[in-house]
Design a protein around this ligand. Sequence first.
Ligand code: GTP
Ligand code: MG
Length: 222
Amino acid sequence: MQINSKDISYPDNLEINENLEEFVLQQQIYRAAIKEIKTKLEILDEEFQVKYDHNPIHHMEYRLKAPKSIAEKMKKKGLELNADSIRKNLTDIAGVRVICNYLDDINRITNLLLRQDDISLVRKRDYISNPKENGYRSLHLIVLVPVFLAERTESVPVEIQIRTIAMDFWASLEHQLKYKSHSEISEELRERLKSCAESITHLDMEMQTIYKKIKSEICLFE
Ligand code: GTP
Ligand code: MG
């Protein structure tokens, strides 16, 4: 993905305190951090495939926060809009979403990633053990990963969201309703969504149990 200064368009009422050219260069560093995390997770997934004939990761998604969203978030937080302040205050510019097959895969992937020497954990939010009021479930990590540049090494924050396919299905619909619909979600739909979240929790546990049973039966006959 190519990013250049032409991609930066800020809402008219925002004051831009400096030339954001520097920040555009900074985008490259966040892209590199995404690549580092992606490679680490791919290596873990492949190792599992080879050793246990199982892929913990179904697929991954990546996103670099759009300059417009960066500007809006800085404004909402009442922070100055310059490259230095953005770097210090936003930890979700680089985002990786990991969609796992089964519940156990989430902890497996999390533990293996956090155990790596060059990864440091900044924040962990476990919305699986403690789902949000609306029913949202996912494990959120903010980690620092080193990016080796020609002149220096930078520790770059990456937000990682880890969830099952079912949790992702739910979150996508909820997100669409929340952000794309022009009116408030009605109480009735909110309740129905919450009830879907509960069904999904049950489904995830049941799928995990069935998978384990099938695996152990296969082992018996091998
Ligand atoms: P933001 O300022 O929104 O980035 O959140 P935060 O810094 O308080 O962090 P948190 O870990 O709670 O959420 C980070 C991201 O998770 C959000 O930007 C969303 O992408 C996702 N997320 C959090 N809560 C929900 C939710 O209720 N529904 C959906 N669909 N996504 C959510
Ligand atoms: Mg965010």
